[in-house]
Design a protein around this ligand. Structure first.
Ligand code: SF4
Length: 171
């Protein structure tokens, strides 16, 4: 097995969200047509893409773990240094419309994956709910249920299913 992971576009400021959300741009534009602000606003900040994954060399199958990139704040699911993430974590992959064609390991609830597959954003997405808290309420956020890679030990000990499944509300 070898390790793959990324965190992608997204966890940046959401300054123009209310404006772009009112237009429902994600329903009228393709991913490639979106402005930078629109593209960035698609990220719900769940942090699932910041969890390490394992890919089986023989089968190609991807397994999720609950081990987070060292830049992820495990309590808030936010990148601690989003602007410089690529220089600090060279493996970090910046997601683009073109890269979406090749990526096969985004979680099923990821907005980029959903739109790439021709689906709508879920009702709990901040662009629809108007509240970032709904990402936590929905069960999509990794906040409070992942482990910093610096403390986790072997990734094989942390394989888990939930990051690869649709979110379920936490009780
Ligand atoms: S999985 Fe998708 S929606 Fe969630 S943080 Fe990563 S890019 Fe954003």
């Amino acid at each position: 097995m070898f390790v793959i992971f990324l965190f992608t576009s997204g966890m940046a400021a959401r300054t123009k969200l209310s404006y772009v959300a009112s237009m429902g741009f994600w329903r009228t534009k393709t991913l490639a047509q979106m402005s930078r602000a629109e593209w960035e606003s698609l990220c719900d900040g769940c942090g699932r893409c910041c969890l390490h994954k394992l890919r089986d060399d023989d089968t190609g199958e991807v397994e999720f773990t609950n081990v987070a990139c060292r830049l992820l704040n495990t309590e808030t699911a936010r990148c601690r240094d989003y602007a410089n993430r690529k220089s600090r974590v060279p493996d970090c992959v910046k997601l683009t419309p073109k890269r979406l064609e090749k990526v096969d390991w985004l979680p099923p609830s990821c907005a980029y994956r959903l739109l790439h597959e021709g689906k709508d954003l879920p009702p709990w997405h901040p662009l629809r709910s108007g509240r970032p808290e709904t990402v936590v309420d929905s069960g999509a956020s990794v906040a409070g249920r992942c482990i910093d890679e610096r403390h986790a030990g072997p990734l094989e000990h942390h394989v888990t299913d939930w990051p690869g499944q649709m979110p379920k509300p936490r009780r």
